[in-house]
Design a protein around this ligand. Structure first.
Ligand SMILES: [Zn+2]
Length: 265
């Protein structure tokens, strides 16, 4: 089926606006493999079944209704508590999740409770919980798929404007993902952007640190420099770029991170 035919079928499902649903796929007939997303005035669909090629997106117009609804929602959402779904289980309940934490140098952060980490049995993800520093309550979560079949690789639950933070050190380092933020947290406060760009909202959640390092993944070194100058011009002091030799910070042990930032003891 081509895009137009698929679109007609998905539109025919009559899914209300601002909804994300998972359902049986009308294209391949598999159980619960199709997701449809009508948020932000768009219509997106994606089937997870390997044999099915149903996927597409229709961009909607940004009507005034949409603008009003979105902005009102943002206001309310800002301090809204994220209720942990029933599918979030203790991380010890899943071997793959534990192995992921060990392999990516997150285990200590989890053991010392510097990070709240769960296992989402529904989505097969290891889940890093994000707290709102202003309310002390959960604001959202970031989940990493544990097999290549889980799409997308990283998934954000709840509020997406607050960065994930791990540790309480005088120096901090901005990294791309939660696992890297956990890996550094024996030595520095780790702050994960979940990507390479700093949202305006992220800055509101950055406290002043004695030194604020930027260490995005190695293939984003140029972006690290851009981000550092953006932070400096926003008034942050002592912003420095750390160029990585390994791919990203979760590849390094605590001893290696200690040496990288503070030299040999
Ligand atoms: Zn399908």
């Amino acid at each position: 089926m081509n895009y137009k035919q698929q679109l007609a079928v998905v539109e025919g499902l009559g899914i209300p606006p601002d909804t994300q649903v998972r359902m049986d796929c009308p294209f391949c007939q598999n159980k619960n493999t199709l997701t449809v997303d009508t948020t932000s005035n768009n219509l997106g669909w994606y089937c997870f079944h390997a044999s099915c090629s149903a996927r597409g997106k229709k961009q909607g117009e940004k009507t005034m209704d949409y603008v009003n609804v979105t902005f009102k929602k943002e206001d309310i959402k800002l301090n809204e508590e994220f209720k942990l779904p029933d599918s979030f289980k203790i991380v010890h309940s899943n071997d793959k999740a534990l192995r992921y934490l060990h392999d990516n140098n997150c285990w200590e952060a989890c053991m010392w409770a510097r990070a709240d980490i769960k296992y989402d049995v529904k989505q097969d993800r290891v889940v890093f919980l994000v707290k709102n520093p202003n309310t002390g309550k959960y604001a959202g979560a970031v989940g990493r798929g544990l097999t290549s079949k889980v799409y997308p690789k990283w998934y954000m639950y709840g509020n997406k404007d607050i960065p994930f933070k791990c540790g309480e050190c005088k120096d901090a380092v901005i990294v791309e993902d939660c696992a890297s933020a956990c890996a550094v947290s024996n030595v520095l406060t780790g702050i994960a952007l979940m990507g390479t760009s700093l949202k305006q909202s992220h800055k509101n959640y950055l406290e002043p640190y004695e030194n604020l390092y930027v260490a995005l993944d190695r293939d984003a070194t140029k972006k690290s420099y851009d981000l550092a100058s953006e932070l400096t011009s926003s008034g942050f002091k002592n912003v420095k770029v750390k160029v990585l030799h390994e791919y990203d910070l979760k590849c390094y042990s605590t001893a290696e991170i200690e040496e990288m930032f503070y030299g040999k003891k």
